[in-house]
Write a protein of this length. Structure first.
Length: 336
């Protein structure tokens, strides 16, 4: 089972990574492919270079013309639109203004478009900036004035710059933040392995919801995200305490209604283009790179660490600062 992550794993990925390790223990042969863009993960599924994707493939399901199934929810949307209070105070202030989200067709874009529609405004240009930590750093530096971040980076903004940012209100959303998706043929032909993975996802979600501190135990048991160091344990415990308290972890695998909530109303048909599969050389070229354990790498079944990226992994904080600097210098409109 080739599983493609559409983002660099962070503390929010511990539940999924733990479930994958447990599936391996039950005999599922898993290979992880880490991609730093949700579009690439979606393209890998369409092009048959991966079997199962992790993410929120709204655009893929709508536009690819491939029978894709979002077959399990991992978590529901838990994102926070954040604005610099020197410039904006409420949603209506964002009329015609530029914002930054995770990726084209992502849950973060869906939230922003849905809220714009709800408040009767039209956003300006939308920049695609992968990595909630990267967007947080850009907000701190002032190169972004409006964006959307996860719970951990919302707390970091409040701690690093008290009073500088305002979290805009959002409706009570039950749509998918992260889920598992695959082609209908793969699900039909590999039902036993898929069932095991979904069972472990639900089991892990229930254990973390009952006792959020167990996420730290999972991380240490399976040696997940080693570059974050032991000092990350406190942040991990706090993150899952908040996430579990908000009911964001899905305990029963999800259902059709959450998966369709945003899909029907907010993914812009103008911005959402058909997904074309990447060339086989693109995926294979990325898969050949190897690196020491890091937040942006993952172990395959043999215990080796592999990175599916066009460059070698760096510790997450360093990578975030480098990307933020490139943004500030105006050398790129999208972090690749």
């Amino acid at each position: 089972m080739r599983i493609a992550f559409g983002d660099l794993p962070g503390i929010e990925s511990i539940q999924t990574l733990t479930a994958i390790e447990r599936a391996k223990e039950r005999g599922v042969n898993v290979e992880l492919i880490i991609l730093n863009d949700e579009d690439l993960a979606a393209q890998a599924i369409v092009g048959n270079q991966a079997d199962v994707g992790v993410g929120a493939p709204y655009t893929l399901i709508q536009k690819a013309g491939v029978p894709i199934r979002l077959f399990a929810q991992i978590s529901t949307l838990r994102f926070f639109p954040v604005v610099n209070s020197e410039f904006y105070k409420e949603w209506k202030d964002l009329d015609g203004q530029d914002v930054a989200v995770q990726a084209r067709g992502s849950g973060t874009e869906a939230v922003m478009l849905l809220m714009a529609k709800t408040h009767g405004i039209k956003l300006g240009s939308i920049s695609y900036v992968p990595g909630s930590e990267v967007r947080r750093n850009a907000l701190i530096q002032g190169t972004l004035k409006a964006s959307i971040v996860d719970a951990a980076n919302r707390r970091a903004l409040e701690a690093e710059a008290p009073g500088k940012f305002i979290v805009l209100p959002v409706d009570d959303l039950s749509a998918t933040d992260e889920g598992l998706f695959a082609t209908a043929d793969y699900l039909k032909n590999n039902a036993a392995d898929v069932d095991i993975l979904v069972e472990e996802l639900m089991k892990t979600a229930r254990e973390i919801t009952e006792n959020p501190a167990v996420a730290v135990e999972f991380r240490n048991k399976y040696k997940l995200l080693p570059d974050l160091g032991a000092e990350a344990d406190a942040e991990i415990a706090e993150y899952y305490k908040e996430t579990a308290g908000a009911g964001s972890l899905v305990l029963n695998g999800g259902g059709r209604r959450p998966q369709r909530t945003i899909l029907r109303s907010s993914v812009s048909p103008v911005r959402s283009k058909a997904i074309r599969p990447p060339s086989r050389s693109t995926i294979s070229g990325m898969s050949r790179l190897s690196t020491a354990p890091s937040p942006s790498s993952a172990r395959n079944r043999s215990g080796e660490w592999r990175l599916a990226s066009r460059r070698r992994a760096r510790p997450s904080a360093l990578l975030a600062r480098r990307r933020a600097a490139r943004w500030a210098d105006g050398r790129t409109s999208q972090f690749s």
